[in-house]
Design a protein around this ligand. Structure first.
Ligand SMILES: Cc1cc2nc3c(=O)[nH]c(=O)nc-3n(C[C@H](O)[C@H](O)[C@H](O)COP(=O)(O)O)c2cc1C
Length: 181
Protein backbone atom coordinates (compact mmCIF):
# COMPACT_ATOMS: atom_id res chain seq x y z
CA UNK A 1 0.00 0.00 0.00
CA UNK A 2 1.49 3.41 -0.86
CA UNK A 3 2.40 5.48 2.20
CA UNK A 4 0.53 8.76 1.91
CA UNK A 5 1.32 11.49 4.40
CA UNK A 6 1.24 14.52 2.11
CA UNK A 7 -0.44 15.95 -0.96
CA UNK A 8 2.61 15.16 -3.18
CA UNK A 9 2.43 11.53 -1.96
CA UNK A 10 -1.24 11.37 -2.90
CA UNK A 11 -0.62 12.93 -6.30
CA UNK A 12 2.26 10.54 -6.99
CA UNK A 13 0.11 7.55 -5.99
CA UNK A 14 -2.61 8.69 -8.40
CA UNK A 15 -0.05 9.24 -11.17
CA UNK A 16 1.14 5.68 -10.71
CA UNK A 17 -2.26 4.01 -11.11
CA UNK A 18 -1.90 1.27 -13.72
CA UNK A 19 -3.94 -1.53 -15.17
CA UNK A 20 -3.21 -4.77 -13.26
CA UNK A 21 -3.34 -8.10 -15.08
CA UNK A 22 -1.18 -10.31 -12.84
CA UNK A 23 -2.96 -11.19 -9.62
CA UNK A 24 -1.95 -13.49 -6.79
CA UNK A 25 -4.18 -15.69 -4.63
CA UNK A 26 -5.93 -13.81 -1.85
CA UNK A 27 -9.00 -11.80 -1.05
CA UNK A 28 -10.24 -8.25 -0.84
CA UNK A 29 -11.63 -7.51 2.60
CA UNK A 30 -15.27 -6.52 2.99
CA UNK A 31 -14.09 -3.19 4.42
CA UNK A 32 -11.90 -2.44 1.38
CA UNK A 33 -14.64 -3.55 -1.01
CA UNK A 34 -17.13 -1.24 0.69
CA UNK A 35 -14.63 1.64 0.60
CA UNK A 36 -14.16 1.13 -3.15
CA UNK A 37 -17.92 0.93 -3.75
CA UNK A 38 -18.45 4.07 -1.68
CA UNK A 39 -15.84 6.00 -3.70
CA UNK A 40 -17.45 4.68 -6.90
CA UNK A 41 -20.91 5.72 -5.73
CA UNK A 42 -19.77 9.33 -5.38
CA UNK A 43 -18.48 9.61 -8.95
CA UNK A 44 -19.98 12.44 -10.94
CA UNK A 45 -22.29 11.61 -13.83
CA UNK A 46 -24.22 13.30 -16.59
CA UNK A 47 -27.08 15.30 -14.97
CA UNK A 48 -26.23 13.39 -11.77
CA UNK A 49 -28.18 10.42 -13.11
CA UNK A 50 -25.77 7.96 -11.41
CA UNK A 51 -26.66 5.46 -14.13
CA UNK A 52 -24.29 2.73 -12.90
CA UNK A 53 -25.31 -0.40 -11.07
CA UNK A 54 -22.62 -2.65 -9.62
CA UNK A 55 -22.56 -6.44 -9.43
CA UNK A 56 -19.89 -7.80 -7.09
CA UNK A 57 -18.70 -11.08 -8.59
CA UNK A 58 -16.80 -13.30 -6.14
CA UNK A 59 -17.55 -16.76 -7.51
CA UNK A 60 -14.32 -18.10 -9.06
CA UNK A 61 -16.26 -20.22 -11.58
CA UNK A 62 -18.09 -17.13 -12.81
CA UNK A 63 -14.82 -15.18 -13.06
CA UNK A 64 -13.38 -18.09 -15.06
CA UNK A 65 -16.38 -18.07 -17.43
CA UNK A 66 -16.05 -14.32 -17.98
CA UNK A 67 -12.31 -14.68 -18.59
CA UNK A 68 -12.99 -17.02 -21.50
CA UNK A 69 -14.97 -14.45 -23.45
CA UNK A 70 -11.93 -12.77 -25.05
CA UNK A 71 -8.25 -13.69 -25.40
CA UNK A 72 -7.32 -10.27 -23.96
CA UNK A 73 -9.08 -10.87 -20.65
CA UNK A 74 -7.93 -14.35 -19.59
CA UNK A 75 -6.39 -12.75 -16.49
CA UNK A 76 -9.91 -12.04 -15.12
CA UNK A 77 -9.87 -15.60 -13.76
CA UNK A 78 -6.93 -14.75 -11.47
CA UNK A 79 -8.55 -11.80 -9.68
CA UNK A 80 -10.04 -12.12 -6.21
CA UNK A 81 -13.29 -10.55 -7.42
CA UNK A 82 -14.75 -8.23 -10.01
CA UNK A 83 -17.24 -5.40 -10.06
CA UNK A 84 -19.44 -5.51 -13.15
CA UNK A 85 -20.39 -2.02 -14.34
CA UNK A 86 -23.97 -2.15 -15.59
CA UNK A 87 -25.73 0.75 -17.33
CA UNK A 88 -29.34 1.25 -18.48
CA UNK A 89 -28.49 1.42 -22.17
CA UNK A 90 -30.49 4.63 -22.66
CA UNK A 91 -27.83 7.17 -23.63
CA UNK A 92 -24.73 5.62 -25.17
CA UNK A 93 -22.49 8.69 -25.10
CA UNK A 94 -23.30 9.90 -21.59
CA UNK A 95 -23.17 6.42 -20.11
CA UNK A 96 -19.81 5.71 -21.78
CA UNK A 97 -18.39 8.91 -20.28
CA UNK A 98 -19.81 8.05 -16.86
CA UNK A 99 -18.39 4.54 -17.12
CA UNK A 100 -14.92 6.00 -17.69
CA UNK A 101 -15.27 8.24 -14.66
CA UNK A 102 -16.45 5.50 -12.32
CA UNK A 103 -13.84 3.04 -13.64
CA UNK A 104 -10.97 5.40 -12.95
CA UNK A 105 -12.28 6.12 -9.45
CA UNK A 106 -12.36 2.41 -8.70
CA UNK A 107 -8.79 2.07 -9.98
CA UNK A 108 -7.55 4.99 -7.87
CA UNK A 109 -9.33 3.81 -4.72
CA UNK A 110 -7.89 0.31 -5.19
CA UNK A 111 -4.37 1.66 -5.74
CA UNK A 112 -4.55 3.75 -2.55
CA UNK A 113 -5.64 0.62 -0.65
CA UNK A 114 -2.78 -1.42 -2.14
CA UNK A 115 -5.15 -3.54 -4.23
CA UNK A 116 -4.69 -4.25 -7.93
CA UNK A 117 -7.45 -3.24 -10.34
CA UNK A 118 -7.90 -3.76 -14.05
CA UNK A 119 -10.63 -3.11 -16.56
CA UNK A 120 -11.69 -6.01 -18.77
CA UNK A 121 -13.95 -5.37 -21.76
CA UNK A 122 -16.29 -7.93 -23.30
CA UNK A 123 -16.62 -6.19 -26.68
CA UNK A 124 -18.42 -8.47 -29.16
CA UNK A 125 -19.23 -10.94 -26.35
CA UNK A 126 -21.11 -8.45 -24.19
CA UNK A 127 -24.36 -10.37 -24.62
CA UNK A 128 -22.82 -13.59 -23.34
CA UNK A 129 -21.40 -11.74 -20.32
CA UNK A 130 -24.87 -10.34 -19.60
CA UNK A 131 -26.35 -13.85 -19.74
CA UNK A 132 -23.71 -15.16 -17.34
CA UNK A 133 -24.51 -12.38 -14.83
CA UNK A 134 -28.30 -12.43 -15.32
CA UNK A 135 -28.39 -8.88 -16.69
CA UNK A 136 -31.35 -7.99 -18.96
CA UNK A 137 -30.19 -7.84 -22.57
CA UNK A 138 -31.43 -4.25 -23.08
CA UNK A 139 -28.93 -3.02 -20.48
CA UNK A 140 -25.25 -2.31 -21.17
CA UNK A 141 -22.33 -4.27 -19.75
CA UNK A 142 -19.11 -3.21 -21.43
CA UNK A 143 -16.75 -4.20 -18.69
CA UNK A 144 -15.89 -5.53 -15.28
CA UNK A 145 -13.31 -4.05 -12.97
CA UNK A 146 -11.19 -6.87 -11.56
CA UNK A 147 -9.78 -6.44 -8.04
CA UNK A 148 -7.30 -8.40 -5.99
CA UNK A 149 -3.88 -8.72 -4.41
CA UNK A 150 -1.34 -8.52 -7.23
CA UNK A 151 2.17 -9.38 -8.30
CA UNK A 152 2.95 -6.54 -10.70
CA UNK A 153 1.24 -4.04 -12.94
CA UNK A 154 3.51 -5.01 -15.86
CA UNK A 155 1.57 -6.21 -18.89
CA UNK A 156 2.50 -9.89 -19.39
CA UNK A 157 0.98 -10.08 -22.89
CA UNK A 158 3.57 -10.27 -25.68
CA UNK A 159 1.24 -8.37 -28.01
CA UNK A 160 -0.10 -5.83 -25.50
CA UNK A 161 -0.11 -2.09 -26.18
CA UNK A 162 3.10 -0.08 -25.91
CA UNK A 163 3.65 0.90 -22.26
CA UNK A 164 4.31 4.41 -20.90
CA UNK A 165 2.66 7.66 -21.88
CA UNK A 166 3.06 10.44 -24.44
CA UNK A 167 5.01 13.48 -23.27
CA UNK A 168 3.18 16.62 -22.21
CA UNK A 169 4.92 18.38 -25.09
CA UNK A 170 3.10 16.07 -27.50
CA UNK A 171 -0.25 16.49 -25.76
CA UNK A 172 -0.59 20.12 -24.71
CA UNK A 173 -1.16 23.36 -26.61
CA UNK A 174 -1.57 26.80 -25.03
CA UNK A 175 -4.23 29.26 -26.16
CA UNK A 176 -4.88 27.84 -29.63
CA UNK A 177 -4.39 24.46 -31.29
CA UNK A 178 -0.72 23.59 -31.79
CA UNK A 179 0.61 26.67 -29.96
CA UNK A 180 3.62 25.89 -27.73
CA UNK A 181 5.12 27.97 -24.93
C1 LIG B 1 -12.03 0.95 -23.29
C2 LIG B 1 -10.91 0.14 -22.70
C3 LIG B 1 -10.87 -1.22 -22.92
C4 LIG B 1 -9.84 -1.99 -22.38
N1 LIG B 1 -9.84 -3.33 -22.56
C5 LIG B 1 -8.86 -4.07 -22.03
C6 LIG B 1 -8.87 -5.47 -22.18
O1 LIG B 1 -9.80 -6.05 -22.74
N2 LIG B 1 -7.83 -6.17 -21.68
C7 LIG B 1 -6.80 -5.57 -21.03
O2 LIG B 1 -5.91 -6.27 -20.58
N3 LIG B 1 -6.78 -4.23 -20.85
C8 LIG B 1 -7.78 -3.48 -21.34
N4 LIG B 1 -7.78 -2.13 -21.16
C9 LIG B 1 -6.69 -1.50 -20.41
C10 LIG B 1 -5.73 -0.73 -21.30
O3 LIG B 1 -5.03 -1.65 -22.11
C11 LIG B 1 -4.79 0.06 -20.38
O4 LIG B 1 -5.55 1.05 -19.74
C12 LIG B 1 -3.65 0.73 -21.14
O5 LIG B 1 -2.89 -0.22 -21.83
C13 LIG B 1 -2.75 1.47 -20.17
O6 LIG B 1 -2.18 0.55 -19.27
P1 LIG B 1 -1.32 0.99 -18.00
O7 LIG B 1 -2.25 1.69 -17.09
O8 LIG B 1 -0.82 -0.29 -17.42
O9 LIG B 1 -0.21 1.84 -18.48
C14 LIG B 1 -8.81 -1.37 -21.65
C15 LIG B 1 -8.89 0.01 -21.41
C16 LIG B 1 -9.94 0.75 -21.91
C17 LIG B 1 -10.00 2.22 -21.58
Amino acid sequence: MPEITSTPDALEAIRKVRQVRQYEPGTVSETDLNTILEIARWSGSSRNTQPWRFIVVEDKDVLAKLSELRPNITWVAEGAMAIALVFPGENEVHEAYDEGRVSERIMIAAELLGIGAGTAWFAENENVAKEILGIPQEMTLHSVMVLGPYVTSKDPRPTGPKPGRKSLDELVSYGTWGQKR
